[in-house]
Design a protein around this ligand. Structure first.
Ligand SMILES: NC(=O)c1ccc[n+]([C@@H]2O[C@H](COP(=O)([O-])OP(=O)(O)OC[C@H]3O[C@@H](n4cnc5c(N)ncnc54)[C@H](O)[C@@H]3O)[C@@H](O)[C@H]2O)c1
Length: 395
């Protein structure tokens, strides 16, 4: 019999985790969990040799040889899924069937049919489930979410922004994300665009209802190395195979939100010099706010009738939502790795309490599914050259 969630209350120090995938982001998960005081009992990789070598490097005691072996380890309460996208659906299904909590990397799945099924299974599972949209957990983004909810910007009218990277700029840049079988039919939008939309949806509490999209494949043929390549790795194999590209390097979107607000965003993985630059501006009927992920401790607040302000991240200056996500005093800049710590603190708070908080600020599987439905609309809009309404979630 499966133990009800409410009977699973335990202190943080007694909660055990395991991480699937030990590449770029799996490593960030392991480090953030350790900082939180959660024991990482083991990792699972693409091969047992690779997992064993990564476990040694990371100081994790065990490398599992299979998901079955991981799920047979009864010290593991929560499983983090940081494998390539196409593995999220089968792995999450197996983890929930084994009665464990799940933190799944974005995107939740590679199709909306899969993500809809995961929403249903998660709802029936009585377990804590979350999608790892970590950018919400820069403390100033949590602060702005609370400030917008409290009316600080007035009615939201316009949201604009971009998410630019340059790590896929060369035709010799390669990663599994370029293969639609592993990454999904949408690439720049699925990989980073959904981060931007999730963040904006979270900050404004407004869903995207329709989209007009243009998708551009700037590099139609890429050179695939004959060996494996880790994300953001600089190593290049001399032997390559030319591969025709079907996924987009650039996505341009016009958006309509459910309160009538309008938006636009440009997404690119081929913008030279932009390593990981997410920016947004939210314009309301009372004030505006703007943020840049490369200067994450500063939030610009725009006014019509008085000087503009810069709010510097500080637990002493932010509202309660913002302060709850901060760990360091103002002036001690918090960055990418800290967002994982803040996000896991919120998720593991729920695991430890045996219940979700009244207003969770982390992304649910329903939020992850919403991004997949938006992706369907983006793809259809780009193919048909017209506005497409985002399907209402039936899950
Ligand atoms: N939230 C974020 O900011 C963020 C950032 C980067 C990546 N991601 C997401 O994390 C996931 C991983 O991306 P990455 O950049 O770390 O990729 P990566 O290629 O660096 O790492 C992927 C890992 O998965 C492992 N793997 C492959 N097949 C496996 C299998 N069958 N079973 C277990 N492990 C397997 C690989 O060995 C590797 O360790 C993706 O879904 C990506 O979208 C999220």
């Amino acid at each position: 019999m499966v133990t009800p969630l409410s009977d699973m209350v335990k202190p943080l120090s007694d909660i055990g985790a395991a991480v699937i995938g030990s590449g770029f982001i799996g490593t960030v998960h392991v480090e953030a969990l350790r900082r939180l005081g959660v024991t990482v009992h083991g990792i699972l990789g693409s091969t047992s040799e690779r997992a064993a070598s990564r476990a040694t490097q990371l100081g994790v005691p065990r490398a599992y040889v299979s998901l079955d072996e991981l799920l047979a380890d009864d010290r593991v309460d929560v499983v983090h899924v940081t494998s390539p996208n196409q593995l999220h659906y089968p792995q999450v299904k197996a983890i929930l069937a084994a009665g464990r909590h799940v933190v799944c990397e974005k995107p939740l799945a590679v199709t909306s049919a899969e993500s809809a099924e995961l929403v249903r299974i998660a709802a029936a599972s009585d377990r804590i489930t979350a999608v790892n949209y970590n950018i919400r957990f820069y403390p100033l983004n949590q602060h702005l979410h609370g400030a917008v909810r409290d009316g600080a910007l007035g009615d939201i009218r316009l949201v604009t922004g971009r998410y630019f990277q340059d790590w896929l700029f060369l035709d010799t840049d390669w990663n599994w994300r370029l293969d639609p079988e592993q990454g999904g039919t949408l690439r720049a939008f699925g990989d980073i665009g959904t981060h931007w939309v999730d963040l904006i949806t979270f900050i404004t509490s407004q869903k995207v209802t329709s989209v007009l999209a243009e998708l551009v494949t700037a590099i139609p043929v890429r050179q695939q190395p004959s060996g494996p390549v880790e994300t953001f790795s600089q190593e290049r194999s001399a032997d390559t195979i030319p591969r025709a590209m079907s996924t987009e390097d650039i996505a341009l979107l016009l958006l309509r939100f459910d309160n009538g607000a309008r938006g636009s965003v440009a997404i690119s993985q081929v913008s030279p010099g932009r390593k990981n630059s997410l920016q947004y501006e939210v314009d309301g009927s009372a004030a505006a706010a703007a943020w840049d992920s490369e200067t994450p401790d500063h939030l610009w607040i725009g006014h019509r009738d008085r000087p503009n302000e810069i709010l510097q991240r500080s637990p002493a200056l932010m509202n309660a939502t913002g302060s709850a996500a901060a760990s360091l005093p103002g002036g001690h800049v918090e960055g990418f790795g800290d967002t994982f710590h803040a996000l896991f603190r919120a998720i593991y708070g729920a695991v430890s309490a045996g219940q979700l908080p009244e207003h969770p600020t982390f992304a649910s599987f329903a939020d992850g599914h919403q991004e997949m439905l938006l992706g369907d609309a983006v793809l259809r809009s780009a193919r048909e050259g017209r506005w497409i309404d985002v399907e209402e979630s039936a899950a």
